[in-house]
Each structure stands twice: as C-alpha cells, then as structure tokens.
Design a protein around this ligand. Structure first.
Ligand SMILES: CSC[C@H]1O[C@H](OP(=O)(O)O)[C@H](O)[C@@H]1O
Length: 343
C-alpha cells in the first residue's frame, strides 16, 4: 500500500495568511482555501472546511491575528473575538484559543496588537503540534497489547496539530508493533470517517476497514477489536467527554464487551469551568446534513430531522483519558484536575 511520507497538514501559516485544506472536498479533491480574516475563517469553521477541536482553535487563533493585521483596533479585536468564538459551540478549543490570543493582544498595547496576536497564534499552533506527539506516546503505552482498534470520526492531522490525537496514538502503536489495523466508523452524517480517516490511513499505509456506525457494537461484542480509541471536543471537570455523535454508543458497547474505551486529546480540550457533561452545549446542525447525501434527498421532502453533532460519554465509561501531560485512568474530578495542572 502506497505510503505518503510527507506529513499531512490541514492548516498552513505563512506568517501573514492562513491556508486550510478544504475538508468538505476530501477525499476526491485537495483544494486549499486562503483565508484573510475573521469573517472567512469563521465561515470555514462553521461549514467544517476546517474542523476538529484543536484545529478549529488553531484556525481561529490565526483568523483573529489576520483580522488585527488588517484592522488593528480594540473594536476589531472584540468584534472578531465574538464572531470567531461563536462559530461552533461544543469544542472548548475554539473559544479558548480566541481568548488566549485576545489576552495576548490586549497585553501588548494598541500599537502592537497584531504582532502580539500573530506571535500567540503561532505559539498555540506549536503547542498543539507538540501535544500530539506526546499524547501519542502515552496512548501507545496504555494500549501496548492492542492490535485492532475501532475508532470514530476523524482524529488525525486533519483534526489537530501534529499527527492527530486518536489517530496519532494508532500511528505510534503501528510504529512500535506489527499487525496494527483499524476499524474506521464512517461517522454519519458528514462521514468524517469514510471521507477523512480513510483518506489519512490510506496515505499513511495503515491497514483498515471502513464500517457503518451501526456495525461497531456487534463487531466489538464478537471480539473483532481490542480497544476503542476516540478524540474529544470538550472534557468536563468530572471527566465526562463530548465527542462526535455516536461516541456514547461505542462506549456502551465497549463496556458491554469488556474492552478498553480510550479518549485521546490535548489538555487544551479539558474545560475545568464546565462541571459535567450535562453542562456542555451540543451543537445542533442543519437537518439537510441528515436528509440529504451529496445534495440528493434520501428522505421524503419535509421529513423532520434532529441532527445533534456530538454526544456526551459519562466519565464512568472512559477507561483512560490520554493527554500530552499523562493519562487519567478511570478519570474523575481529581485526576482530570491533576492532568490540567501538570506543566
Ligand atoms: C480530534 S478532534 C476532536 C473531534 O472533532 C470532530 O468533530 P468535527 O468533525 O465536528 O469537528 C470529532 O468530534 C473529533 O473526535
């Protein structure tokens, strides 16, 4: 199987402009968008041209910096911060990244708003790249005996800095051991698994099979996987995890099958200000994402739709929370706080 040695990059900063690989066009076309400020960056985030909790934070950080380069004023800073933070509600990384760059800009003073914002955005991006490598090592330690891993959505370099979160753990496992392979859930309705994880694993030369989401529980029960590894969009203070819709079902199935359910993500996805999963806002997206496929209706006209884009997995179903700062096994309030506090 062809392996592309070149690392996958979803966002590229040239010091002035942000280019993002338009993920709505993958896997059939590799189209790069050149973003210029808060408006087009927020729009790219809303339509998942750039996606994944860490990567939407990185994009928003650069979007704010570009906005200030064009309009270096406190008014532009506040307006752009509000626009970018509100692009999507569930992933804590988005608002946290904007707040981090806003704070750096305010701390620099009026004449250096833009340069301070650019520098902080680049630091944030570097932090996420480093976090990916470190969490991959911790995750591969936790899952040392696992060879077939079931995963959901897309948690590779298309979603985070570096090589990803969940997929980075799998890549590290494959680097350490023979025989690592993946069961990739297609992840309805936007098919991040079928379109993006399949594209990444093919380029990386990792053996995998694509499955429909509904097949996961039965395959786990039959012992056709050794573990489930997923990403995260927000980890509440008590260890509850918000992630792509369908994750909770996999956690229940893994527990029923006696298999480890591992959540991998950088500590930038931990939100100690949110006490538990019930306090996490779940993004409700356009019903057409469910009732249409490729712009073609798959349900009768006027079919009522619910389209929650995420769900919450209670901490009690999480075997281990893997971050760049270490691992919380059976995560709870104390162990999540300890992870977040580590240098
Ligand atoms: C490793 S990124 C975390 C998370 O982001 C994805 O959501 P989306 O594609 O809607 O941005 C998915 O929940 C991933 O697990």
């Amino acid at each position: 199987m062809a392996v592309d040695a070149a690392p996958i990059q979803a966002v590229r900063w040239d010091g002035r402009r942000l280019a993002v690989l338009d993920q709505t066009r993958l896997p059939h076309e590799e189209v790069w968008l050149s973003l210029t400020g808060a408006q087009d960056t927020a729009q790219a985030i809303r339509r998942l041209a750039v996606r994944g909790a860490p990567n939407i934070g990185i994009a928003a950080a650069y979007g704010l910096a570009m906005e200030l380069s064009a309009r270096p004023s406190l008014g532009a800073l506040e307006a752009a911060s509000e626009l970018l933070s509100g692009a999507r509600p569930t992933a804590v990384n988005l608002a946290a990244a904007v707040a981090r760059v806003r704070t750096a800009a305010l701390g620099a003073g009026p004449s250096t708003l833009a340069s301070a914002a650019r520098a902080e955005a680049q630091r944030l991006h570097a932090d996420e790249d480093a976090a990916s490598a470190a969490l991959a090592a911790h995750g591969a330690d936790v899952l040392a005996s696992a060879r077939t891993i079931l995963t959901h959505c897309n948690t590779g370099a298309l979603a985070t800095g570096g090589r990803g979160s969940g997929l980075a753990v799998i890549l590290e496992l494959a680097a350490r051991h023979e025989g690592v392979r993946v069961l990739a859930c297609e992840t309805r309705p936007l098919l991040q698994g079928a379109r993006l994880t399949a594209w990444e694993l093919t380029r990386l030369g990792i053996p995998f099979a694509l499955i429909v989401d509904g097949a996961a529980a039965g395959l786990l029960r039959r012992g056709e996987a050794d573990a489930v590894v997923v990403g995260c969009d927000r980890v509440a203070a008590n260890g509850d995890v918000a992630n792509k819709v369908g994750t909770y079902a996999h956690a229940l199935a893994a527990r029923a099958a006696g298999l480890p359910f591992v959540v991998a993500g950088p500590t930038s996805t931990i939100d100690l200000a949110t006490p538990d999963g019930d306090a996490i806002e779940i993004e409700e997206r356009d019903g057409a994402e469910v009732s249409e496929l490729g712009g073609v209706a798959i349900a009768p006209a006027g079919t009522p739709v619910r389209n929650p884009a995420f769900d919450v997995t209670p901490a009690g179903l999480v075997t281990a929370l893997v971050t760049e700062r270490g691992v919380a096994r059976d995560p709870d309030t104390a162990s999540v706080a300890a992870l977040a506090a580590r240098p």
